[in-house]
Design a protein around this ligand. Sequence first.
Ligand code: FE2
Length: 168
Amino acid sequence: MDNKKLLELLNKQYNFEIESAYIYKAMSLWAAKENWPGVANFLHQQALEEMFHASKLQNYLLDIDYDVKLTSIAEPKAEYSSLKEVFTEALEHEKQVTSNFMEIMKEAKEVSDYQTEIQAQWFLTEQVEEEATFNDLILTLERINDSAAGLFQFDAQLAQRSFSKPQA
Ligand SMILES: [Fe+2]
């Protein structure tokens, strides 16, 4: 494969996955500080998942002999006004990731790079789940509507999540 633009997009996305982990870590720290241990756990697990995504892209790039580059990452937002704001921003972030992979897919198709297409396909399938997860959590928060008992249960439920590497 010698498509420079496609390889640059993949390297950019590799960095964006690491940046995603950094953003979720910042959200997790905020949740811990605000005494939502379950939410803090959920977001920490999400950060681990993002690092797994980065590793998947890194392995692919190394396998095709690309000189993988790390770029600088902006300091993530540290303060949030509510759990709803956290999950709404997380959903927006995931939508950005989806659109990035659509661009990668489009480019791969244009240059008939079937191997990169398969990689992009895995991520696009994964993104359906990512967006659905955050969407569901936002809907649940809307239903809870700041009820103390509801929020307590929400937090307890999110304490259950543990990331295990999916079969890829
Ligand atoms: Fe990701």
